[in-house]
Design a protein around this ligand. Structure first.
Ligand code: URA
Length: 254
């Protein structure tokens, strides 16, 4: 019965946006503060403002937001040279220009890749799932392929497998292996490394700590997701199985 549907009673705008999967509550407040949210055509910045989902029209950046709207999940195969941010005050290239932000308002990246790192970057409108996926307790594995200077020895790799000390504290044990030699001609090698943490420049810092500078870095998986046929610079929506798997990876486990 409609009248008893808890989703349809008047509620605060930020709650409405969070429930619609636009962003987390805090993210929704930031959208409001930035003047990107309108109710019946009027910009709403006041945090106490309410919305009646049965009759008010809420828009973010001009796109209508509905409560039963399913959250969007997509992956970008990030190319080199793009910042992981939705806007840059200096006009540098950012990932926002590579994903359909008008079709899916509230889309944002789950975590970060460095400007020169390529590969799988997940985007969603579901702030809740994003927050959980990034929480250290979720232990979401990410697999990276790194081209490094020289070839790490087994002894050096063991240090990463045991958990190496970095300047911001110990890194959790990583799965790591030398996949093979780098491009012909130079003294380089290709290393595969799996981490569940996501600290700043973590892979580069871990490999530097055993004496091997990272020359190129690519992420080819994030939790249960792999790029499959997603080409560099393009994006694709997750299919139903992938959505189920990523939502499961984000679920709280006892
Ligand atoms: N580790 C890094 O050093 N850089 C990235 O972009 C991701 C993980």
């Amino acid at each position: 019965m409609q009248g008893s549907d808890e989703r349809l009673v008047p509620m605060r705008v930020q709650r409405f946006l969070a429930r619609a999967g636009v962003a987390s509550r805090r993210g929704s407040e930031a959208l409001m503060t930035a003047g990107r949210v309108r109710v019946n055509g009027e910009v709403v910045r006041e945090m106490g403002s309410k919305v009646d989902p049965q009759k008010d029209v809420v828009t973010v950046d001009g796109s209508v937001v509905r409560l039963n709207q399913k959250p969007c999940y997509l992956m970008l195969n990030k190319p080199d040279g793009y910042l992981t941010t939705m806007s840059d005050p200096y006009g540098r290239p950012c990932v926002a220009s590579l994903v359909p932000t008008r079709r899916y308002p509230g889309l944002f990246p789950v975590g970060r890749l460095d400007q020169d790192t390529t590969g799988l970057l997940l985007f969603t409108t579901n702030g809740d799932v994003a927050q959980r996926l990034l929480h250290p307790s979720r232990h979401v594995n990410k697999h990276y392929v790194a081209l490094v200077d020289g070839t790490p020895t087994e002894r050096e790799l063991q240090r990463l497998r045991r958990g190496i000390m970095l300047d911001d504290g110990p890194a959790a044990p990583a799965q790591v292996e030398v996949i093979g030699p780098g491009e012909s001609g130079g003294d380089t090698s290709v290393v595969g490394i799996t981490l569940h943490e996501g600290r700043k420049h973590q892979v580069k810092r871990m490999l530097a700590a055993i004496g091997h500078k990272v020359l190129r870095l690519h992420r080819d998986s994030f939790g249960p997701l792999t790029l499959r046929d997603c080409k560099a610079g393009s994006w694709r929506l997750l299919d139903e199985d992938e959505v189920r798997n990523i939502e499961e990876a984000a679920a709280w486990k006892e």
